[in-house]
Write a protein that binds this ligand. Structure first.
Ligand code: PLP
Length: 418
């Protein structure tokens, strides 16, 4: 190892530590759920995307028991090399039906799906219009595409319209790319308006339903379904409400065929393991039937928002299971996380580059298997923490906005993680 490389990276890491941006991997022993063991400590967990509680669900696990025996562990190679497994075919057919599109294609993660999708669809003649708060995978896929990429302020459909009005004529094809429910803010894209704009300018609407899938729409089909809107390309992730891992893109047979030919994260990557394809298939009826669980998440989230607002705190994400509590300063957000952990509650601080500068936050995510008492315990821990800090009128919980604000100036610099 070059000592220069080590020395330079250590200096940068030390800088990040001073800026409150150091990251640590904490160890969870055992399964994910409303409670877990974190670095040996029993904690209440309010910091996952396991919205419906299916990451550890006996009904799902028992349905999968036989798959390891019949199909083994690995898929052996890319599907274009060693063949598509029957479980891939079955899962894709079911996911396509569920999403209401002709065909679906599994990817090994949501990150791989978005990168492969946009890289494959966009060419240097094309235009991609992308929301400023889109996930890192959508940003990276846009960059890899060679298309002209224009980033519009978060949620600003007027800006999307203006860009298409002024630039559509010089692009062969155009894509409007958005998350449905934004991952770190919990707010919703105006998909009806975006659909209308896409229709007016003959652009394709690409919607990443990662945080709406399983949570909104009929049977958890997502935000587009809830609004009666049809996306041209639908991205769903299987590591969140579905409780497993992987992702799928659903669209026309032609788009999916193109991805099989050109999405590099599909073509040049080992296929999704059979147990994960089977888990998507097995989770589907559970997700569809999970209205009670969806309601529980939204009830918990509403209760949290009401209580935090009553205390004058800045929260957002209304109508979603995501409750961003905006802190502003990265070090203050970390201090809040640490103070809550000392009280047995785990809520990870989310900082730049995952969110724009000045909008560090606790992203609080209740799950369906939390009880009302768990939610109350979180609120008590927060109260104690904040009172202990005697923040005053403009204490550490201030600044930033859950709906954009400063975020508008910070275009496409987000990374992944916390
Ligand atoms: N898209 C969005 C909106 C996300 O929030 C995430 C996840 O974390 C992804 C894609 C990536 O999905 P995955 O975690 O399956 O790679």
């Amino acid at each position: 190892m070059s000592s220069l490389l080590d020395a330079e990276l250590r200096a940068r890491l030390d800088d990040l530590g001073r800026e409150g941006l150091a990251r640590h991997l904490r160890t969870v022993s055992g399964a994910h759920g409303p409670r877990l063991t974190l670095d040996g400590q029993d904690v209440l967990c309010f910091t996952s995307n396991n919205y419906l509680g299916f990451a550890h669900e006996p009904a799902l696990e028992s349905a999968l028991g036989h798959v390891l025996e019949t199909h083994g562990l690995g898929a052996a190679a890319s599907r274009l090399v060693s063949g598509t497994l029957d479980v891939h075919v079955d899962a894709e057919a079911a996911l396509a039906r569920f999403a209401g599109h002709e065909r679906a294609l599994l990817f090994s993660s949501g990150y791989a799906a978005n990168v492969g999708l946009l890289q494959a669809l966009g060419t240097h003649d094309d235009l991609i219009v992308s929301d400023a708060l889109n996930h890192a995978s959508l940003i990276d896929g846009s960059r890899l595409s060679n298309a002209r990429v224009v980033v519009t302020p978060h949620g600003d459909t007027g800006a999307v319209r203006e860009i298409l009005a002024s630039q559509r004529a010089t692009a062969r094809r155009a894509f409007v790319v958005t998350e449905a429910v934004f991952s770190m803010d919990g707010d919703r894209a105006d998909l009806r308006e975006l659909r209308a704009i896409c229709d007016e300018f003959d652009a394709a609407l690409v919607v990443d339903e990662a945080h709406a899938l399983g949570m909104l729409g009929r049977g958890g089909r997502g935000l587009a379904d809830a609004l009666g809107v049809r996306a041209d390309v639908y991205v769903g992730t299987l590591g969140k409400a579905f409780g497993g891992f992987g992702a799928f893109v659903a669209s026309s047979a032609t788009v999916i065929d193109w991805l099989v030919h050109r999405a590099r994260s599909f073509v040049f990557s080992t296929a999704v393991p059979p147990i994960l394809a089977a888990s998507a298939l097995a989770a589907l009826p559970l997700v569809e039937a999970a209205d009670d669980r969806r309601r529980a998440v939204l009830t918990h989230a509403d209760a949290l928002r009401d209580a935090l607002r009553a205390r004058g705190l800045r929260v957002g994400g209304d109508g979603s299971g995501i409750v961003p509590l905006i802190v502003g300063d990265a070090a203050a957000a970390v201090a809040l996380t640490d103070a809550l952990l000392a009280r047995g509650v785990f809520v990870q601080a989310i900082r730049p580059p995952t969110v724009p500068e000045g909008t560090s936050r606790l992203r609080i995510t209740p799950i369906a298997t939390h009880s009302a008492a768990d939610v109350n315990a979180l609120l008590v821990a927060l109260e104690e923490t904040l009172d202990g800090r005697a923040p005053g009128a403009n204490g550490p919980i201030a600044g930033g906005t859950a709906k954009g604000g400063r975020a508008r100036a910070a275009s496409h610099r987000r990374g992944t993680g916390a």
